[in-house]
Ligand binder design. Structure first.
Ligand SMILES: O=C(O)C(=O)C[C@]1(C(=O)O)C=C[C@@H](O)C=C1
Length: 274
């Protein structure tokens, strides 16, 4: 199975993608791109069978680029992967003047950096692994990434530098929309009401609450159409195979007259340790 994820090699997304292709898969089973939106678009276009994208971190919250990509391209979600994230500080030596990493990784290590390296500048790049590549070429740069990315030429200056030991990131495995599943313990929807009136959100959530369906997450993102206009990402702890989920979905669809509801499908959760 061809899987595409965030590169270059060595990102946390790459580590999560390995769980999808299996340990025995060849090197060419995983392809890389440096944009999350591109991962989702290439799966939607049928160029890759699966895509692995980070969606939410326990410290820093949503990966908004991924949420927006799920609105812009039509795909299905077929699996959720949850992995612990333990960051290391990597550089050619202990003297460096800038830290280069993914914005999520920098934010997850905010307290550590403030306490230990208050004077270094912080630069966000497309991935943790891209930051490591920069550190490999530039002695003034340090990366924040998985310690295994250090190789022979970088020193692991500190390990476990995330602000909480419980740090974990949730990844979604996306597939072409035709592979949308009804089976699984969770279901994701994207709802664009395209209207606004008092109690609208309450009306959209009542169909779930009234059927005893637990919401595991709701996130609003700007629709991009106009200020104050939102798209809602809703995850529930129920599968589409259940009557109660179908009934709730029918009610939500009837509420969004000029808007739309995208059903991303049902899926299970796998916890991946590495
Ligand atoms: O840069 C990486 O290594 C990624 O896979 C991206 C990403 C993210 O977007 O959250 C994945 C897991 C960690 O939370 C840090 C960065």
């Amino acid at each position: 199975m061809k899987v595409i994820t965030l590169g270059p090699e060595g990102t946390y997304s790459h580590r999560a993608a390995r769980a999808v292709v299996g340990e025995d898969a060849g090197d060419d089973a995983i392809q890389f791109t440096e944009s999350v939106a591109d991962i989702v678009a290439r799966v939607a276009d049928g160029e890759a069978e699966r895509g692995v994208v980070p969606i939410e971190n326990s410290i820093e919250g949503s990966v908004t680029e991924s949420l927006d990509a799920l609105c812009d391209s039509e795909v299905a979600v077929v699996l959720e992967l949850v992995t612990p994230i333990r960051h290391a500080l990597l550089a050619q030596g202990p003297e460096f003047s800038r830290v280069v990493s993914h914005s999520q990784a920098l934010a997850q290590c905010r307290s550590y950096l403030e306490e230990n390296h208050p004077d270094v500048t912080q630069e966000a790049v497309a991935s943790t692994a891209r930051g490591v590549e920069i550190a490999r070429e530039d002695p003034t740069a340090a990366g924040i990434a998985h310690p295994d990315t250090a190789g022979d030429d970088l020193q692991v200056l500190a390990e476990g530098i995330q602000d909480r030991t419980s740090n974990a990131t949730r990844f979604l495995v996306v597939a072409p929309a035709s592979e949308r599943q009804d089976g699984g313990g969770k279901t994701s929807f994207v709802v664009y009401p395209n209207t606004n009136h008092p109690g609208l959100l309450l009306e959209l959530l009542e169909p779930f609450a009234g059927r005893d369906i637990n919401l595991t997450r709701i996130e609003s993102r700007p629709s991009g159409e106009r200020l104050g206009d939102y798209v809602f990402h809703i995850d529930v702890a129920a599968g589409l195979y259940e009557d109660r989920t179908q009934e709730a979905l029918d009610t939500v669809e009837s509420l969004v007259g000029d808007g739309w509801v995208r059903t991303l499908g049902s899926y299970d959760t796998r916890h991946v340790l590495y």
